[in-house]
Write a protein that binds this ligand. Sequence first.
Ligand SMILES: *Cc1c(COP(=O)(O)O)cnc(C)c1O
Length: 365
Amino acid sequence: MNLKRNYLLLTPGPLSTSETVREAMLQDWCTWDRDYNEGVVTPIREGLLTLVGVDKQEYTDVLLQGSGTYCVEATIGATVRPEDKLLILANGAYGKRMAQIADYYRLNYVLVSLRETELITGQIAREALEAHPDITHLSMVHSETTTGLLNPIEEVAEVIKGKNITFIVDAMSSFGGIPIDIKKLGIDFLVSSANKCIQGVPGFGFIIAKKDKLIATKGNARSLSLDIYVQWETMEKGHGKWRFTSPTHVVHAFYQAMKELDTEGGIETRYARYKKNHQILVEGMRKLGFETLLPDEAQGPIITSFLYPTADFDFADFYARLKAKGFVIYPGKISDADTFRIGNIGDIFPADMEALLQAIKEIRQ
Ligand SMILES: *Cc1c(COP(=O)(O)O)cnc(C)c1O
């Protein structure tokens, strides 16, 4: 069998995983077996809490089948009741997706939609809350993968402190790759998924929650399969048992990925690697005549948007040639400017970034 990589995925989810993570999937497992539930699922659930450095009495977590959006939807759908009012602060496609979810659930909500290059600051949150004093829940994205922008959740956390507002953070593309002090920030629900900075493969997501807040969602969900309370209760009582068919292979890959995160040195070390990848990429791209969409102050280390270097830049051709050289990148995702994106996360190292730059240089010659 040839496990050699087909290409390097410079896209933030799915992303390039290590060979050992891919190898971890090469068996079949029983979904209700004790070895699986107690030996794999439970250590994952405990490991996630250890990663964020929180106490099991105060915080808990639940794993849920599906992609990251399923978990965002499950969280919003189970926490925001008809009598509540949700404030969504958005500056990209993933923020706006929360509003789409709110529409489907016919929630009472306010969407503050900023430009895709503008940060969600404490001031933005303060003004929105002054205009809508009856807000009970606030949701926002940490790392907006649409552009690569990193929102200062600390500022928003400071504004809502002591206000009895449930704080929901989509940390999909940042959790595991950027340190997040969930307790200090008063985050009640943090949502992420298997195929981002933990460097697993797609198939499930997870929600790390303040335990009392999660328990309080009992009976609220308006979707059977997305009922995070019942999913959580089943996992608690069944010692890691999933309610419906568990993505066993994906879960094994994730467990291996968590061990590799630990071996690498934890979140801080991974964060340093991603920052280094990003720095090499941006410096090299600037030398090759590309400009970033975002100013450096707004840019996070996860993914970077570059403007087309010329009006007649042929992205499809650029993409195809890079792919032929073993690198797969992302098209842009915004309407205001012609961009493409390059991810810095996954089993990607500075040498890979150097090789990518060399490939781009050859293509552009
Ligand atoms: C990846 C991602 C999601 C989830 O997207 P899926 O396609 O459902 O996995 C949500 N929010 C952000 C910020 C993301 O990067």
